[in-house]
Design a protein around this ligand. Sequence first.
Ligand SMILES: NC(=O)c1ccc[n+]([C@@H]2O[C@H](COP(=O)([O-])OP(=O)(O)OC[C@H]3O[C@@H](n4cnc5c(N)ncnc54)[C@H](OP(=O)(O)O)[C@@H]3O)[C@@H](O)[C@H]2O)c1
Length: 249
Amino acid sequence: MSDEESEMRTALVTGASRGIGLAIAEELGRRGMRVLCVARSTESAGRAVAAVEAAGGVAEAYGCDVADAGAVAALGEEVLGKHGYVDTLVNNAGITRDNLFIRMDGSEWDEVLRTNLDSCFHMTRAFVRPMTRKRFGRILNISSVIGLTGNAGQANYAAAKAGMIGLTKSLAKELAARSITVNAVAPGFIETDMTSELGEETRGTILKLIPLKRMGTPADIASMVGYLSSPEAAYITGQVFTVDGGMVI
Ligand SMILES: NC(=O)c1ccc[n+]([C@@H]2O[C@H](COP(=O)([O-])OP(=O)(O)OC[C@H]3O[C@@H](n4cnc5c(N)ncnc54)[C@H](OP(=O)(O)O)[C@@H]3O)[C@@H](O)[C@H]2O)c1
């Protein structure tokens, strides 16, 4: 590792292989940060590494099931053993398992809560202690407008995303004394694999609710995360930033 590389800021992004997480990894790489890209497998995380490196950045791939507390603890040991400290943690990995509540079974509830919400608890526990020692950190939780509004057919997802907001606000209060900021970004309707399966009719209905008259792009979310991770955002904590083309006003 060159002297220049050892002085770089280090960000860890979960769910970096595709969609919003990939755009965040690229954005943080462009901003000169070393980006540790996490996805379910090292191979899929490798896609993000290739993208960051193609733009001249520095990145590493890690495979980890963020819903598995043991796997996250092992990831923490490996990463902190190598780098000592991660100053920016982006909890982005997430899934949907939509169903009307009356038909929703325990596994659909558990899988969504474990992947979207419990993962934030385990990841933050794994990486926060060195931030407190360094007295600097940026924690970004990618929630959703659904966590603010609720949605029929998404009780599990809405509960997880609202839980992330409560976690964000509480952590912001606990960690402020150590100059660690904790914020949530709540995307609206963003063009990724997660939304690609929606039918034309549903898309049309959703588009009518968006004043800016288009779906968002992963880059729309990444630029907000890039700003919040920067030194310029030092006085912003405990907030939820809705990036949704005006869908929820
Ligand atoms: N798209 C939207 O409209 C929208 C709106 C609001 C909020 N969001 C939120 O934004 C985040 C990213 O969404 P997206 O649309 O970019 O999703 P996506 O395209 O489906 O990508 C999901 C990412 O999460 C990773 N992932 C899923 N489960 C994981 C697990 N157990 N362990 C490790 N990684 C896991 C996937 O890794 P693999 O490639 O290895 O599977 C992938 O990188 C999610 O939290 C989502 O809830 C999205």
